[in-house]
Ligand binder design. Structure first.
Ligand SMILES: Cc1cc2nc3c(=O)[nH]c(=O)nc-3n(C[C@H](O)[C@H](O)[C@H](O)COP(=O)(O)O)c2cc1C
Length: 204
């Protein structure tokens, strides 16, 4: 309960940014990070309370293994004729973070709903993505509140099966996104805003 505090809400939301210069340190303990993810997975909404989002927390060598595997696969995919140096630098900057959260959708849940509620069948995959994005945002926001920086990446589709084997990910889980995080090395630069009045209609 309690009144909506506009001043505080605005400050808190604006604190979350895409942070690319991350350090291999954390502002909070690993158990606090686990608590954040536990809270998010329990309390983030999902269509029909289907709870189709899955998250994987990678720390220490597991985090490094993820970025090394991706680096190797992307290098192979791009081939020897294309310049890999910029991509390599980018991936190394993510590897230099403290940890990574992987986001998945359990398609078994979505397919079960499609069978159960046929009139909404076409909508369930879309709603699963909506809910997954809400989890991503909730984690990103909660991290920013404890001064952890993070960014959102989409290297899925590169070597999903290798990653699945590496971390024993169930076969029904679809890879959606990755979020490297850690202490903030450099803050984000200023952000440009499209005019709010073009994006927000208020009728009263
Ligand atoms: C759905 C979605 C997909 C995104 N994908 C990526 C991505 O693949 N790589 C990346 O570096 N940033 C990605 N971003 C981050 C956006 O570029 C960033 O949020 C936006 O420029 C606003 O900056 P801010 O996060 O600092 O507020 C994504 C953001 C959203 C919401």
């Amino acid at each position: 309960m309690g009144l909506f505090n506009k001043q505080k809400a605005t400050q808190d939301l604006s604190k979350r940014r895409s942070i690319y210069h991350l350090e291999p340190k954390s502002t909070v303990s690993d158990s606090e990070i686990e608590n954040i993810l536990t809270d998010v997975i329990k309390h983030t909404p999902s269509a029909f309370n289907s709870q189709s989002t899955r998250m994987v927390l990678l720390l220490n060598n597991e985090h490094k293994k993820f970025w090394d595997t991706l680096m190797h696969a992307l290098k192979e995919k791009m081939g020897p004729d294309r310049d890999f140096s910029a991509t390599e630098q980018k991936l190394n900057s993510f590897k230099a973070a403290y940890g990574t959260v992987l986001y998945y959708i359990d398609t078994k849940v979505t397919e079960g709903l499609q069978e159960q509620f046929t009139s909404y069948a076409a909508k369930f995959p879309e709603w699963a993505h909506h809910s997954n994005a809400m989890h991503q945002y909730a984690v990103w926001q909660a991290f920013s509140e404890v001064d952890l920086g993070a960014s959102l990446q989409h290297y899925n589709g590169v070597c999903d099966e290798e990653i699945r084997a590496l971390f024993d990910i169930p076969s029904t889980w679809e890879f959606v996104a990755q979020m490297p995080f850690g202490s903030i090395g450099s803050q984000a630069g200023p952000k440009e805003f499209s005019p709010v009045e073009n994006r927000l209609i208020i009728k009263k």
